[in-house]
Design a protein around this ligand. Structure first.
Ligand code: UDX
Length: 461
């Protein structure tokens, strides 16, 4: 079989080693990449922490190697983004020595020649340092957009030129070096409370990419051609735009929470493009006040909805039942469904879904784009503001709710997206982007060619 020969070298099957960052938005693309490489003949070994560990029983085709970390460095995932950043920085460092031992054992077992390379999340710089010492070629996976990584690279310049730290009066100022970003779209903390950890996180990811043997991005030419060209100019390592990964690999069962599939039956009973899907990803947390405004905005819109209320999504509460305002269920009975976690890719693919109210995590954004679903954008932190900016101003397939959440504005925004004239125009443009994505992943398309190049590169290292 031609696919088999991709990874078979000297009669031996080549091993690829993977190390995802243990958060949902990073685990999903890494497992999709695993599925893609496995289908091309690689055997896959996944290193992981106990924190947010994958379930090996759901991936019998892969080998799993747990990496011990000292007590107290991991889990549970904190609610505040500053604390998530501190946790990522601590996790990388804590893994270092355990990973060195485990990797050495794996290399001895497989024989070094049979290992093509390790692919690690770019946020795990200490892993790159270990592999360099053991002479294992390493590729970096960045799970965000090309534009987002350009922002990482530009971070020192943003401080030099005075864009950062953010001044309230400059939030709407365009960043001419990073069009179409404004200052408010940059990777900054809300409230600008950066105690240096964000700068360190971004600088480490840039170093990881620069010392790696190549950068893998879950994006595609039709979405970010200009941004990819910019990265190829600025980096000396090769850049592989092999996205959207979820379209290459079967929906990998890498969900950390149980997906409630009953919502697909509920969607089956809805007319085409009639329902709003609402989800704010795996990390974003809202205030109790915003939850109340969101709920009554959804209720007041009159639009059918499927809403993911993740346990712990509301600051200060751990139970879904406690979180929804009294009277909401009665007011929306027969018109909506609330679940703790959904099979999102399938939901977005469902013909009944007419719009997605999203936090614009990069996975959610690309999953929506690839199904031709227009978006109502409500970014929370990190790359999400920049992604929302592209959705509204570059691809024009959605718009930001904007300002403080208020039920009247929410109602109007939902109606505009699902039943409004410009919502229909955004849906049509999203349909065009869906077609462009299909061309990229089709035979001879840019992402297919990039995958071939990636595999040739991996087996040449
Ligand atoms: C985080 C950051 O928020 C994001 O900005 C960054 O790009 C990656 O890390 P997250 O909040 O998890 O990501 O959002 P996102 O990138 O959208 O990933 C969420 C993943 O969970 C998606 O693949 C989505 O399909 C999946 N999901 C989400 C479900 O399977 N079910 C749900 O109910 C909601």
């Amino acid at each position: 079989m031609a696919a088999e020969s991709d990874a078979v070298h000297g009669g031996r099957r080549r091993h690829v080693l993977l190390f995802p960052l243990p958060y949902q938005g990073h685990i999903n693309p890494m497992f999709r990449l695993a599925g893609l490489l496995h289908a091309r003949g690689f055997s896959v070994t996944v290193f992981h922490t106990h924190f947010n560990a994958p379930d090996p029983a759901r991936h019998p085709q892969y080998r799993f190697v747990p990496v011990p970390v000292p007590d107290g460095t991991s889990g549970p995932a904190p609610a505040a983004i500053e604390d998530v950043i501190a946790q990522i920085l601590a996790l990388g460092a804590a893994c270092e020595s355990g990973f060195r031992d485990r990797l050495a054992a794996v290399l001895e077992e497989y024989s070094r020649d049979a290992v093509a390379c390790l692919i690690a999340d770019a946020h795990l710089l200490p892993i790159f340092e270990v592999t360099a010492k053991l002479a294992v070629p390493t590729l970096a996976l960045r799970t965000g957009s090309a534009a987002c990584f350009a922002c990482f690279l530009a971070y020192p310049m943003l401080f030099e030129k005075g864009y950062l730290p953010v001044k309230e009066s400059q939030r709407d100022m365009p960043v001419s070096e990073l069009t179409p970003y404004r200052v408010r779209d940059l990777m900054v903390f809300l409230g600008d409370d950066d105690r240096g950890s964000l700068r360190e996180l971004l600088a480490r990811a840039v170093t990881a990419v620069k010392v790696s043997s190549g950068l893998i991005l879950n994006t595609f030419d039709a979405l970010e051609r200009r941004e990819l060209e910019g990265l190829r100019r600025d980096l000396t390592v090769p850049v592989f735009d092999i996205g959207p990964l979820h379209k290459f690999s079967p929906a990998g069962d890498s969900s950390l929470l149980r997906q409630d599939r009953s919502c697909l039956d509920w969607l089956d009973a809805r007319p085409p493009a009639s329902a709003l899907y609402v989800s704010f990803g795996s990390l974003a947390c809202m205030s109790p006040r915003d939850l109340v405004e969101t709920a009554w905005g959804i209720a007041g819109s009159g639009v059918p909805f499927l809403w993911v209320v993740r346990p712990g999504m509301v600051r200060g509460s751990a139970h879904q039942e406690q979180e929804l305002p009294e009277g909401f269920e009665a007011a929306t009975r027969g018109r909506g469904m609330v679940v703790a976690w959904a099979p999102q890719e399938e939901v977005l693919r469902h013909r009944a879904v007419g719009g997605f109210w999203t936090h614009n995590g990069w996975n959610s954004t690309t999953e929506s784009v690839c199904e031709g679903v227009p978006m109502l954008c409500c970014p929370y932190f990190g790359d999400q503001m920049g992604n929302a900016r592209y959705v509204e101003h570059v691809w024009r397939v959605g718009f930001e709710v904007g300002g403080e959440l208020e039920r009247g504005a929410v109602e109007a925004a939902i109606r505009r997206l699902i039943t409004g004239k410009d919502g229909a125009e955004m849906r049509a443009r999203a349909g065009e982007l869906k077609k462009a994505a299909e061309e990229c992943i089709g035979k001879g398309g840019s992402s297919c060619l990039a995958i071939d190049k990636l595999i040739a590169h991996m087996t040449s290292l």
